[in-house]
Design a protein around this ligand. Structure first.
Ligand SMILES: C[S@@+](CC[C@H](N)C(=O)[O-])C[C@H]1O[C@@H](n2cnc3c(N)ncnc32)[C@H](O)[C@@H]1O
Length: 408
């Protein structure tokens, strides 16, 4: 605002130092009111305010007429920094920000001096990161009592987060703390972004050359599978009692999507076996029970005092059992029982491999409505079958998609 002796224009160097606020400013007003203005404000030859923004404001608040003097030199930035550096009690961070703001002004002043025929006291301007830039930064750091490293820090904060930068400039936050906060924030943002990408990934179905994964509840998603298009349903549904209903839905859908004489093979617990078989039998024909041995890890079935050593795979067919189509094969899914078998027991996919080999024609389609992380799908694709999977849990769905896509 124009005041007697000053038209209101402000030189950029006048804004290098933070404005005084609160108690600091009130103290300046009190001092000017009681003792008058001890230091005049400075104007450039063109009449722009070079130094004294706070004193002029405080004079107005105190009802005292400000005084101005003219600066005749050609290094206004150096002049302002020298005047204010000891007058103000600045933190390391504040000094670094003063230096950062001073960098372009110092470069411009050097240019003006050069045009006026004076010797260039900085290397000639070049591309970003040039010697000129580096030396201007070190000059700004030196003038403000800061360091090149702190100025770089201030720049990183200023470029990335103006709110944090303002906190350092006001002296509220030390430079190092602000940088740590910035790093934490950026890491969180990156993590969040990665999560959004995964979410975008899992919220939609995915497919590859020989497989397709549907995300969601199989009871809805199976409606999208054409009648009679699946040769083998190979699956491991959840066992607990509250999931019993799912067996009826599974059998019902299976009777529609399985090809004539197609087979459903499902691993089951033994406690609820009669009920499970009852539900499957409502829509499909009982075929056989295969045994999957559980070597080495006998689970204790508390309700029966039994150390369980095998699990049943229940095989039901859609219509008559396809005896004419399938070959002779063993009903214990023990890979070592194979003539040339040289497999290790722990290889979980092996029972699935044997079932697919025996029950699904070459090039046929295998479906697992409880895909989990996709073990059976990986085996099916590896054996040249087409695989269709469904999974309600988004994390497991993502893992299955990654495994099927060869990324895990
Ligand atoms: C026993 S796990 C299957 C493990 C799987 N064989 C594997 O290799 O990871 C059963 C899976 O069925 C999923 N599931 C349970 N209810 C479901 C439903 N209604 N629709 C689709 N998936 C379901 C569960 O999230 C779980 O991942």
């Amino acid at each position: 605002m124009p005041i007697d002796g000053w038209a209101g224009e402000i030189h950029p160097a006048a804004e290098l130092f933070p404005l005084m606020e609160g108690d600091e400013f009130d103290a300046l007003v009190d001092s000017i009111r009681s003792q008058g203005l001890r230091e005049p404000a400075w104007l450039t030859k063109d009449g722009a305010l070079l130094d004294g923004r706070n004193r002029v404001r405080a004079c107005q608040a105190a009802g005292v007429k400000p005084e101005f003097r003219q600066y005749d030199g050609d290094q206004p930035v150096e002049f302002v920094i020298a005047l204010n550096l000891n007058r103000r009690h600045l933190t390391e961070g504040q000094k670094a920000f003063v230096a950062l703001s001073a960098v372009p002004l110092l470069a411009k002043d050097a240019e003006v001096r050069q045009k006026a025929g004076k010797k260039l006291d900085l290397p000639a301007p070049g591309r970003e990161g040039s010697k000129h830039d580096r030396e201007t930064v070190s000059r700004a750091a030196r003038l403000t009592g800061s360091s090149g490293r702190s100025v770089q820090r201030a720049k990183r904060i200023d470029d990335a987060d103006k709110e944090l930068a303002a906190k350092v400039q006001s002296g509220e936050l030390p430079l190092k703390t602000a940088e740590q906060q910035l790093k934490r924030k950026q890491a969180q943002e990156q993590e969040q972004q990665a999560r959004v990408i995964v979410m975008a990934y899992v919220n939609s179905d995915a497919q590859g050359d020989k497989w397709r994964m549907y995300v969601g509840d199989f009871r809805e998603r199976l409606n999208e599978i054409p009648d009679g298009s699946v040769d083998l349903i190979l699956t491991d549904p959840p066992y607990p009692r509250e999931f019993q209903e799912l067996w009826s839905d599974l059998a019902n859908h299976a009777s529609r999507i399985l090809a004539p004489q197609g087979i459903l093979c499902a691993l089951s617990g033994k406690i609820q076996l009669p009920e499970v078989m009852g539900r499957l039998g409502e829509h499909l024909n009982y075929g056989w029970i295969y045994s999957q041995p559980l070597p080495g890890s006998h689970s204790r079935i508390m309700a029966r005092q039994i150390l369980q050593a095998w699990k049943p795979w229940l095989a039901y067919s859609n219509g008559p059992w396809p005896s004419g189509r399938i070959d002779w094969h063993p009903d214990v899914l023990d890979p070592s029982a194979r003539a040339k078998g040289n497999y290790r027991w722990q290889q979980d996919p092996d029972p699935a491999r044997m079932l697919i080999d025996a029950l699904c024609p070459q090039g046929g389609t295998v479906l697992d409505p409880f895909t989990g992380t996709g073990s059976y799908g990986v085996v099916a694709v590896d054996m040249g079958r087409t695989f269709i999977g469904m999974e309600a849990d988004s994390d497991r769905f993502t893992q299955a998609v990654k495994r099927l896509g060869g990324q895990a």
